[in-house]
Design a protein around this ligand. Sequence first.
Ligand code: 1OR
Ligand code: 1OR
Length: 325
Amino acid sequence: MCFEVDKAQHRCDNIFFVDTVCAEAFNPDEDEDDKEPRVTHPKTDEQRQRLQEACRDILLFKNLDPEQMSQVLDAMFEKFCTVGEHIIDQDDDGDNFYVIESGTFNIFVKIEGAEKLVGSYDNKGSFGELALMYNTPRAATIIATSPGALWCLDRLTFRRIIVKNNAKKRKMYEAFIETLPLLTSLEVSERMKVVDVLSTRVYNDSQQIIAQGDLADCFYIVESGQVRITMKRSRTKKDEEEEEEVDIATCTRGQYFGELALVTNKPRAASAYAVGSVKCLVLDVKAFERLLGPCMDIMKRNIANYEEQLVALFGSSAEIEQQSA
Ligand code: 1OR
Ligand code: 1OR
């Protein structure tokens, strides 16, 4: 098996972008095959319901077909953890992938020899996919900061289903990803890692994709269709304060949105709606921070444009002033 190892460290404001994970090409024909015995951990109805709820927003599961999803749910098992427990230690071999049902967890990474707190999970999300996806040592240490409940998926099932599915995804998105102006600062192997962790979402005409004021947890690239970006503006009509929604931009194939709240660590600055049927590629916030550091200059230049246009349209840029994370 051949590895292509790349190391890049980028720093943007207070966020560290370090990526030391190789983009190993997965060959479904020569790796674990479908003849492996299926792992099943029996569950009560109540457990299965909690598990399904915890897995609902896990992007890595979004592209699975119903049969694959059901095999994943069958294979998962519950683990309770206590404050201070090390769920993962950096440099260990990867055993499980973890989905958070409840609890808070800190993420530490050794940077220049010192352990640095680089982020945390708060009662949602997942971790531990990298070592399983790329056959590498664990890239971070994860420690529980409250009592918690996790759902674990063993390495073999993860590779048999998720990694195999990713090989298909790479084939499907390789060409499109290469055309994205935003990702030009990434190496080819880094772009493939973006493909590995993205999921796709489809929206119907007029469906809301982002609501202004909401907390943000993902980033979008338009694959097809049109997305309308709107902002609320209050105005006085017959002495009464009214709120109207104004169109401020349109995003089409290859363009991105939803980066602003992730970069500024603020609520969503605008809303987004599908015009006709729309398909978007979606990255969660942790993958965005881990993988898109090198694209930050392009995004920041664009954010400076928002500010100019905001002043022209609304007379103030206070709404989207940048604040470091
Ligand atoms: P893993 O299998 O390597 C540790 O085990 C897990 O921590 C890893 O998978 C990710 O799921 C998770 N860099 C590397 N791993 C991270 C990071 C991260 N955050 C969470 N994990 N960075 C922080 C990005 C917010 C980059 C830090 C320099
Ligand atoms: P977000 O995470 O805040 C809404 O969620 C997204 O709409 C936002 O990221 C941007 O990706 C996108 N001002 C603010 N957000 C904008 C703007 C914008 N345009 C697109 N978005 N302006 C329009 C500039 C053409 C300035 C306001 C008038």
